[in-house]
Design a protein around this ligand. Sequence first.
Ligand SMILES: *Cc1c(COP(=O)(O)O)cnc(C)c1O
Length: 358
Amino acid sequence: MECQLKITLTEQRKEKPASDKLGFGVHFTDHMFTMDYTEGKGWHDPQIVPYSPVTLDPAAMVFHYGQTVFEGLKAYRNKDDRAWLFRPDQNFKRLNRSLSRLSMPLIDEDFMLEALKQLVATEKEWIPTESGTSLYIRPFVIATEACFGVRASHTYKLIILLSPVGAYYAGGMKPVKIYVENHYVRAVRGGTGNAKTAGNYAGSLKAQEEAKEKGYEQVLWLDGIENKYVEEVGSMNVFFKVNGEVWVPELNGSILEGITRDSTIHMLKDWGVPVVEKRISMEDLYEAYTKGELEEAFGTGTAAVISPIGEMSWNEHKMVINNAQIGELTSKLYDQMTGIQYGLVEDKFGWSVEVTKA
Ligand SMILES: *Cc1c(COP(=O)(O)O)cnc(C)c1O
């Protein structure tokens, strides 16, 4: 698998969008990374090629049974023109965990990190520099074998796409209104909730749409068995500050293990803030709320980094958190995390990886 990375550069560079017109995931860079897998041969033909459509047989297994996984991370460029990745090793580790869950072949994490650095270095000019902007990185793997048989595919393709994205909080950070979902579930014990796979997302759209119709921005997912315990918020992990402690749902197999979640826990512990990973019921949260102890709530994920929660609606109960204002700890976490990501504050954890050409 340790074959040379072949690079074919495009002859037609695209025009780069203005930094205030980036949006999220709608513009793509000039090149992409691709690599193929064939049973018996392993991963082969890693290459950087001009961005282009892929041709697949319509019977390709990914279209029928959803054998596919993905990752999401960002490259950041600062005023000194240096470019950084945030804990990219963790994304390839997680990609392998997702691949394993979906019965797909594992990748060589070290090789993939080198290939990613090479790709991002090739596209460095595409990393926007305005505050809050970044280059979103989307590695994904699809099952390509043409066959209707219900089994794991014998061939796969891994692709990495790059997309310059605008500031998530273009109009300033604003606390969101959350609908606690008591009908639909995102994941169940023993299912695929802890794998980053398309089906989890497809199955969550309905709840998201219905919450929007009711006037909420996101849903809070509860466990799929008792419908009692908090799991995630939208496609982010969730944190609550209760009476000076920070509560976070413990990993249970149906919660996706976010890298921002892990980084947040490390940072809080480093600041001496007590963090408790445990099963959190809505009843416990509501009780804390009625006692005036539910001080802050926020989601964590690569896209938004930290997203404050201003209101939660659970059955007939409405909980307004911190007067629907951004909490002090929430805002400190956002500043520190993004500071490290842009290489602007000391990276005492060694999380940032500089993008340099091999
Ligand atoms: C990707 C993802 C997250 C956040 O993970 P990060 O590594 O922090 O970006 C949280 N929940 C779900 C369901 C996800 O797919």
